[in-house]
Each structure stands twice: as C-alpha cells, then as structure tokens.
Design a protein around this ligand. Structure first.
Ligand SMILES: Nc1ncnc2c1ncn2[C@@H]1O[C@H](COP(=O)(O)OP(=O)(O)OP(=O)(O)O)[C@@H](O)[C@H]1O
Ligand SMILES: [Mg+2]
Ligand SMILES: [Zn+2]
Length: 512
C-alpha cells in the first residue's frame, strides 16, 4: 500500500518541493521517517496520528514508513504535517490516488485535525507555481498569501477532514479571491507635524531619494525619533516584486495576519537590548529572519544606537554591504534578503547636551570619549549621511508654521528614484546607495568645478576609499533630486557636509 504526494519545505525564504511517499506494511504500529527530517518534522510523528483519527479517518494499525525526497535536503517546518498525513490517506486508499497529482500540500495540523496558520505559505505557493504545479492546498488562514501567485488554484481548507473531502469530491472549497489592500500609508504620521529642522528634513529627503543610511546625533527631545518614524512616509511605493519579497519574509517569520500582500514599506525599530539572533536572524533548529530581514526594502531604525551590543552592530556590516544575511548553523546555512535603509540615532554624550548652545554638558571628557567609541569606525563609514540635530529654539517650537507635508516630499523622492532607475538599468541596482563602490566615480558624472572640489576634499578630509565612494553616491542623489545630469560643486559640497565624524573622526567637516 503506497501513496505519494507533493509537499514543500521552506528554507530561508525559498520553497523546495518534497516528494512524500508513504508505505504501509506489515509490522507493529509505528510511524517512521526517512530522508533527512528536521526537528519540526520529527515532531510531527506524534501529532499526525491523532489528527487523522480525530478527523473521522482511519490510521492504519500497521507499520507506516514515510520517505521524504530528495534525501539530501533537510526538511523543515510544520507545513510538512499535511502532505505527510495525506500521503498516509493515499496509501490506505481513503482518498483516490489520482487526486494527488498536480497539487501541492502545506499546513500544520492540530491534534484535532485542524489546519493551523502556517509560516511560509507564500514561499510554498511561489515554488509550486514555478514547478508547474497547478494547485495548492493550504490552511484557510494563509489562503490570501497563496492567492498572490499567478496561475495557481488555491484550495483553502480549515481541517484535514475538508482536505479529504476535497480529494474525494465531496467537499467544495470556498473561492479565494485576491484582494489588493490600498497602498496608502496606514500611519497617520506626517512630516508636516515637524517644525523647523530644515537641515535634518533635507537629509531625510536625500536618504529617501537615494536609499542612503542616516545617523542623527542630538540632544534629548531634539526630534530624532520623530524624524526617523516619518521616513517611511516619504519613501516610494513598493514594486510588486519588492512587495512579494517583503511578504515572503514576514510570512516565514509567521508575522502575517491574513493579509495577502504587504504594500507598506517595513519600519522596524528593535530595542537596543535585542540579541544578535533577534537582529540578524537565527534560532535553534528553524532559522528565522531577524530584524534586518524584516526591514528588507524598508527602514531599520536603531534608536540609542550606541547602546546596542557591539557584536550586534558588527553583524550589521554584512547586510549593509551585501543586502543579505547568511546564517550558518550545524544544520546548514540559509540566506535571507536584508536590503534596508539604516537610520541610527544617538545622543552626543551620556548627559546628552554636548555641543548644545543653551545647556551645559556635565560629562567628564574621558566618559565622552568612550561613549563615542561606538559612533566611529567601520560601521560609521557605511553611513552616508551623518548630522547633528540641534534642539529647536523657543521661537521655532512656539511657531505655528507647518512643515512641508510628506506627500509633497514623496513626489520629489519618486522623481529622483525614477531618474536613478533609468540611469542604473543594466547595473542590477535601482538606487544610488546600492551602486557598487568602484562604479561610483563613473556614475556620479562630476563637472569640472566639482572635480576640483573633490581633489581639495581628498587632501583636506581624511576620506577612506569607502568614504570617497559613498560621498560621490550622495552627491549623485543630490543632483538627481534637482534633475541635473551632472554633479556640480554645490551638489558635492552638500554631500561632503554629511560626512562629519563623531568622536575621534571629529573635524572632518572642514572641507566641503
Ligand atoms: N521639530 C519638532 N517639531 C515638532 N515637535 C517636535 C520637534 N522636535 C521634537 N518635538 C516634540 O518633542 C518630542 C520628542 O521628540 P523625539 O522623541 O523625536 O526626540 P529625540 O531626539 O528622539 O529625543 P531622545 O534623545 O530623548 O530620544 C516629540 O514627540 C515632539 O512632540
Ligand atoms: Mg528618541
Ligand atoms: Zn554630556
């Protein structure tokens, strides 16, 4: 007695088809797996029999062997429950074998036989469609994810009994229609609420326009957090491909709440006590995406930047450079996308008032030194825009003049991004910040006066190779915001003004 169905295992964000074969033969009642079952699949051993029996179906009182192929691929995730259960139903002829071809199954089962919300269903659907499979059977709670994939019939079931009924032709699944949530920002935040802070608002716009990372240093209450939270309101809409990737990551993390496609750019603000695994991804058996991946195509906001653990901050270097993280464990390695804009905020010193014009800093110089040690070095080098945020004056705070609204800024950002997209086509990137370093100089297109300023700056500023490239990319973004073909002296001067240092690198601002 033999049954065969298709399941999908999700590693990282990628789905991999698994052929699940059940063989029911002579021997004492037992369920054994062969073919590299992971911890979560082994866990299913005790779950599947009660799930079948509590669904009005029969569990064979014989020896059941389930083989998972290909044998060299580790099978992870609770989504393997359903295909395993169905393979046994097939082997015992409780569902017709011909109904099991051309369809993939995924879903976690409860002991009662319910299909529970399961992480990674969007990845399951994408890989099934790619393999030419016409239909997927998934938990009702995840149906909207699967419905985002073109050319796929989605069978949404609430229980194993319904799945069996569907396969026998006695139960008709509900129709699943793809609904598209509006792309308008869900937050009520707007830059119009921000008074004054013209330089900071400008830097935020440049960051949004070119995808550049941003560090803000300033006194408590200066408005750093307020600014950072408004960055998503001026970012362009996600493209469909970006939205699919973002949704896949959130699906794998089990964070979707029945939404189909996430249309908002993510904004993640982990607390500074976050663990390395929480920030970068990890976990014991099943590797889960971390904050850097949940922020993919969006914003990763690290408030109180220098309070973060040093190893966590060090770990940001790879994703900042490559736009992805690779997690390696004994069980194997997986990769997650992690292309985000970093916004970091910090106070200039422990008391917060160093450099303030109206309040005295009470910190000892050596305390300031060690406090700033984290605001320097290789990570700082990867942050293109760095600025001091002054506290608002009394007049500014009391003034009633509203700031420019997010929608207006977003329109300019959109224009600048379109120019970049057109120019960078063929280079594999869509915005200036992601240009490979060696191409920065060629792509920047400096005019003669800008070339001369660049020469002077290289002499007077201790620019590193990376600092040099990054300065040029920001200059290119400033020019793109203006719709200029070439980078002028003014554009470059603005870009260089954002490369100030804190701590030991202080004083770099003199050149621009
Ligand atoms: N430019 C501004 N326009 C309007 N309100 C502001 C401005 N700056 C600050 N505020 C007000 O002050 C509050 C505190 O600002 P915010 O939390 O952004 O400060 P912060 O710089 O992050 O401070 P901390 O260093 O303590 O984290 C805001 O919620 C807002 O009400
Ligand atoms: Mg703050
Ligand atoms: Zn101080």
């Amino acid at each position: 007695m033999y049954g065969r169905v298709t399941g999908v295992t999700v590693l990282g964000v990628g789905g991999h088809l698994v052929t699940v074969e059940a063989f029911v033969g002579r021997g004492l009642p037992a369920l054994t797996f062969t073919g590299l079952p992971g911890a979560a699949v082994n866990d299913a051993r005790d779950r599947i029999r009660p799930a079948v029996e509590n669904s009005g179906l029969e569990w064979p009182l014989r020896r059941v062997v389930v083989n998972l192929a290909p044998g060299n691929l580790r099978k992870e995730g609770a989504g393997m429950d359903l295909p395993i259960a169905v393979s046994v139903l097939g082997a015992t002829a409780q569902v017709p074998a011909r109904a099991l071809t051309g369809v993939a199954f995924s879903g976690e089962l409860s002991l009662k036989g319910e299909l529970l919300p399961t992480p990674g269903i969007l990845s399951v659907a994408i890989s099934a469609a790619r393999a030419g499979i016409g239909a997927v059977v998934v938990p009702y709670a995840n149906a909207m994810e699967a419905a985002q994939v073109d050319g796929l019939t989605v069978v949404a079931a609430g229980t194993l009994a319904e799945v069996a009924g569907f396969l026998k032709g006695t139960w008709k699944p509900p129709t699943v229609e793809r609904h598209r949530p509006p792309a308008t920002p869900a937050t009520a935040l707007d830059l119009a609420e921000m008074r004054g802070q013209h330089q900071a608002r400008r830097a935020l716009e440049v960051a949004a326009a070119g995808g550049h990372n941003l560090l803000m240093v300033g006194a408590p209450g200066a408005g750093k957090t307020m600014l950072a939270r408004r960055l998503p309101t001026i970012l362009p809409e996600l493209s469909r491909d970006e939205a699919l990737e973002v949704t896949q990551i959130h699906s794998v993390a089990g964070l979707l709440r029945g939404e189909g496609l996430l249309r908002q750019r993510p904004f993640r603000a982990p607390h500074h006590s976050v663990s390395v695994a929480g920030l970068l991804g990890g976990g014991a058996a099943l590797l889960r995406p971390g904050e850097v991946s949940l922020a993919d195509h969006g914003v990763l906001f690290l408030d109180e930047f220098n309070e973060f653990r040093r190893d966590a901050l060090e770990g940001l270097r790879q994703p900042l450079e490559d736009g992805r993280v690779v997690l390696t464990r004994a069980v194997g390695s997986v990769e997650f996308p992690a292309r985000f804009t970093l916004v970091a905020a910090a106070n200039p010193c422990p008391c917060g008032y160093d450099g303030d014009t109206r309040r005295r800093c009470t910190c000892r110089p050596d305390r300031i030194q060690s406090y700033r040690a984290k605001l320097s070095g290789p990570l700082l080098d990867r942050i293109d825009l760095r600025l001091r945020i002054p506290r608002l004056t009394k007049e500014e705070l009391l003034g009633s003049e509203p700031g420019e609204a997010s929608g207006v800024v977003r329109a300019r950002v959109h224009e600048a991004r379109e120019r970049q997209r057109t120019r960078l086509v063929g280079l594999g990137v869509t915005c200036n910040a992601h240009l490979p370093g060696p191409l920065a100089r060629r792509e920047a297109r400096l005019d003669a006066a800008a070339e001369r300023l660049l020469e002077r700056a290289v002499e007077s500023m201790a620019l590193s190779g990376r600092g040099f490239d990054r300065g040029l990319k920001v200059a290119r973004t400033v020019a793109d915001l203006e719709g200029a073909q070439t980078v002028s002296e003014t554009h470059l001067a603005e870009a260089l003004s954002y490369r100030i240092g804190f701590g030991e690198q202080e004083g770099l601002e003199r050149a621009g």
